[in-house]
Write a protein that binds this ligand. Sequence first.
Ligand SMILES: [Zn+2]
Length: 78
Amino acid sequence: MHPKKKIDDLLELVEDGIFAVYGVVTGIIGGEEWWYLACKCHKAVIPDSVAYYCNSCVKHIFQVVPRYVWFILLESML
Ligand SMILES: [Zn+2]
């Protein structure tokens, strides 16, 4: 389980990481692509003939998974 953080705590963080953030979703920001095909390293891949290329792994891969990105408006839970 990832460490829990409040929204205000995120503003003060100096380190990167994955955190569980609790709040109320008050909206979804549209206009961006909400999914992409990804390598097992979670980076986006580029279609290349019969395979995909991962710039992060610097190789062609054959198995990709869809990953989702949502930009949301989140309100603190007190
Ligand atoms: Zn990769």
